[in-house]
Write a protein that binds this ligand. Structure first.
Ligand SMILES: [Mg+2]
Length: 318
């Protein structure tokens, strides 16, 4: 039995670990990634530096903790405050944050992108782990907060839905559900695009598949629907955190984000103890490094605990 606290720290550290493993090979082909890292498991993390995925996830966690729940204006402000141009932000996230800085409302700034539909990139899904943790036992609030947090930078329905599905995958992992994950997600999903992909995952898991097939069927790109299902498949196919994340990053493409999303689900399932020590130790430190990320996860855990106590106290008092 993995304890809840370790699942919380595992999800956030796991996400950062996946991000840092994928970062040096972002955009590379499967073959190039494999020639950089060796075949099989036992990968050495190249430098431990994380990217925008983790920097934004930190902002999500900070804001949820500070406001004991979602506050859009504050979350956007933290994205702007924490912004480090060397972390590899997408041009549209940069543009959206710039608009908010100039006074556009947090839930309006990203709407005008891409012909008024907003972005369906995976930028909201990659940072959503703290939401999956805090609302792991409340699917309705989880969806609502995932959508709203997504709309700061990714307003397209498919971007928001990708974030909600990634958050719900993490929630199910916290609950210790792996076997029943796909059917639960199919029931939770609202969009046909994702329902179809989830159906494919169920079929693909039935027998051994080549990486080429997985890339062709599920994708390894920046669109949320071409990466959220890939991360989920990578988690479901293997029995350890390490094997899942090595596989996810080894597919090439948007490696930092697919690695981060796989790492978040795996960390929430196996707990912090399931993440190879040598990766955790190599993660960057500093003001917002590994120890800080772990502390945020612990604060989220305490917030969750106090919420539950408050609610049960209420139930018995009134
Ligand atoms: Mg990134």
């Amino acid at each position: 039995m993995v304890d809840l606290r370790s699942k919380f720290t595992g999800a956030l550290i796991g996400s950062a670990v996946g991000d840092a493993l994928g970062a040096p090979v972002e955009g590379w082909s499967m073959e190039m990634v494999r020639s950089r890292y060796r075949e099989g498991t036992g990968w050495t993390m190249i430098n431990g530096r994380y990217t925008d995925d983790t920097e934004l996830m930190i902002g999500v966690a900070e804001s949820l903790i500070e406001h004991k729940g979602f506050n859009g204006a504050d979350m956007a402000r933290r994205f702007i405050q924490n912004y480090d141009a060397t972390r590899g932000y997408s041009p549209w996230t940069q543009e959206t944050l710039q608009r908010i800085r100039e006074g556009v409302r947090w839930d309006k700034a990203s709407e005008n992108l891409f012909g008024g539909k907003g972005s369906y990139g995976n930028g909201a899904a990659m940072r959503v782990a703290p939401i999956g943790l805090l609302y792991y036992d409340d699917a309705d609030t989880l969806r609502d907060v995932a959508y709203k947090s997504s709309s700061i930078t990714h307003a397209h329905e498919l971007g928001k839905e990708g974030a909600a599905l990634q958050a719900f995958s993490i929630a199910l992992a916290v609950r210790g559900e792996k076997e029943g994950m796909v059917p639960e997600l199919q029931e939770f999903a609202r969009s046909e695009v994702y329902k179809k992909k989830l159906g494919k995952i169920a079929v693909l898991l039935q027998k051994e598949r080549t990486e080429r097939e997985i890339i062709a069927e599920l994708g390894n790109g920046e669109a949320a629907f071409n990466s959220v299902p890939t991360a989920l498949y990578s988690f479901l196919r293997f029995d350890t955190f390490e094997a899942s994340v090595v596989y996810a990053v080894g597919l090439g493409g948007d490696t930092d984000t697919i690695g981060a999303m796989t790492g978040a689900i795996g960390g929430a399932y196996y707990g912090e103890g399931g993440i190879p020590n040598q990766w955790v130790e190599r993660l960057e430190e500093g003001a917002r490094g590994m120890s800080y990320i772990k502390r945020l996860a612990e604060e989220l855990y305490h917030l969750k605990k106090s919420d539950c106590n408050f609610m049960s106290a209420q139930r018995y008092t009134f």
